[in-house]
Design a protein around this ligand. Sequence first.
Ligand SMILES: O=C(O)C(=O)C[C@]1(C(=O)O)C=C[C@@H](O)C=C1
Length: 311
Amino acid sequence: MPGTPTARYAYFGPEGTFTEQALRTLPAAGRAVLEPLPTITAALDAVRAGDADAAMVPIENSVEGAVSTTLDALATGDPLMVLREVLLPVRFVLCARSGTALADVRTVASHPHALAQCRGWMSATLPQADVVPAASTAAAAQAVAQDAAFDAAISSPLAADRYALEVLADGIGDVRDAVTRFVLVGRPGGAPLPTGHDRTTVVAYIADDHPGALLEVLTEFAVRGVNLTRIESRPTGERLGRYCFSIDAEGHVDDARVGEALMGLRRVCADVRFLGSYPRADAARPGTAPDDAGFRDAQAWLARVREGRTT
Ligand SMILES: O=C(O)C(=O)C[C@]1(C(=O)O)C=C[C@@H](O)C=C1
């Protein structure tokens, strides 16, 4: 549309990361300016500073679990909000400068999450190789292309192509159907409207360390039939033993059962950071949650009771 400013999306780069691929699956990315930034924190800070409208970052992998840098960067600093999620199958290749044979590979660089997902293949195929952590899989491929310090990288096929590297082995992940979940994060505003297949992300800070603190948090969801799809405890950084819980729950903040669970959570916690309600990428509907009619009915009943009516 004439006069509509072009959206700017930052992502965890450089070019060729799985994160870039995840971002490019969104139709809106085709009309936006995409900016690779070298770290997850830099991508999220660009949103906070107003230099980007939103940022794509990895949050969770089906094999290696949570991306703690993302969880911690969302839990602290100026508040941000998850707007969308993307699920991307991850396939890894071992790539090197042209002319390198597999037998010549002595050093392999990659993102720690990728190295962990290829551990079995590496120990069976290159047991003597030194493994070097890199900022991202694409940063590893870029480093191999530019510098002889590393012989090979574990990256996406896209990064091997982008940095003109030769693929020495394809499909080297230990788990064939590995998937990474990415989130598009913007500044706080209205959450996307409920779709019936949503996810809500929050961070719960318990008031003090006491027996049953985690049970209290879980109870607020359980008694309202809200299913959790992820819960992680992360240190707050204040001192040893201080943890917060990073939680993904099924449903939308506008759903009565989720709203009530969040109110309950707010009552039993020192603080709750709401990180957004957004559509699930797999479009899965909550399995066992009671429908909201029961909650509305109970609320209307309470209002009648408070007015002195008995039915
Ligand atoms: O390094 C990349 O290409 C990324 O997008 C990051 C990342 C991750 O953080 O898990 C994404 C997907 C893969 O599981 C490996 C690495």
